[in-house]
Design a protein around this ligand. Structure first.
Ligand SMILES: C[S@@+](CC[C@H](N)C(=O)[O-])C[C@H]1O[C@@H](n2cnc3c(N)ncnc32)[C@H](O)[C@@H]1O
Length: 217
């Protein structure tokens, strides 16, 4: 038992000024209690992402859909996707400690132990039908806005990118104030097209979530 509550952990991974190294160190300590803690906090981000993927995948049998879950953590998004019958799910996640939990439950097929940023990952272009990400935007020690370019690169034309996070970060975080303007720019540059944007209450207890679904062009 760590004895810390979710708010304390969220501060350790994502308060202003927390570095990538400090954030990653906190995930090492939190990994084996992460799922239990977030269940107590009724975390709905992974379920929201899975539901949107399920609703938007119309022309392909779910069993054939190839999905890359970015910032996969312990695998909560894969758990939810599997409830709908999705099977081909890979993880991209830098924390071995978080992935250890996902591996115990055999949640993913391939594991890419790396950070996503504006630079290219080891993943080949147009490899996936869908990229998912829940809780990937948390402060500058998490996924940078410019990683959207890399997500688009690894998705096939016509494929989907489905992401979600805490809504207040769009106003409160200097980093993520730039997120939606960049999403809009990518749309006017014809890199992708918005399918939906949704705000919902109870992403975590007392915290609204925001989710997006884009189709890659
Ligand atoms: C709040 S957790 C979310 C995990 C999971 N998606 C979920 O919904 O439970 C954020 C995860 O992002 C990972 N992460 C941080 N920076 C990243 C980056 N640049 N690229 C990929 N993953 C990153 C962290 O290691 C951590 O596991």
């Amino acid at each position: 038992m760590t004895g810390k509550n979710v708010k304390t952990w969220i501060n350790e991974i994502s308060a202003d000024g927390v570095t990538v190294q400090q954030s990653q160190n906190a995930y090492i300590k939190w990994a084996d209690k992460y799922d239990e803690d977030l269940e107590k906090h009724a975390f709905t981000g992974p379920g929201k992402v899975a539901q949107i993927v399920r609703d938007q995948i119309l022309n392909q049998p779910v069993g054939d859909v190839r999905i890359l879950d970015v910032a996969a953590g312990t695998g909560l998004v894969a758990r939810e996707l599997k409830k709908f019958g999705f099977r081909h799910i890979d993880a991209l996640e830098p924390s071995e400690a978080m992935l250890k939990e996902a591996k115990k439950a055999h949640l993913y097929i391939n594991y890419f132990v790396e950070f996503i940023s504006e630079s290219q990952t080891t993943i080949a272009e147009s490899s996936y039908d869908v990229v998912t990400g829940s809780g990937l935007f948390a402060n500058e020690a998490h996924v940078p806005c410019e990683a959207l370019y890399e997500m688009i690169r690894v998705v096939k034309p016509g494929g989907l990118i489905v992401l979600c996070g805490r809504n207040h970060l769009l106003n409160d975080s200097e980093t993520y104030k730039r997120l939606e303007p960049l999403m809009d720019k990518l749309e006017s540059d014809k890199k992708w097209k918005k399918v939906l944007r949704e705000i919902w209450p109870g992403y975590l207890k007392g915290i609204d979530g925001v989710a997006w679904c884009y189709q890659v062009l």
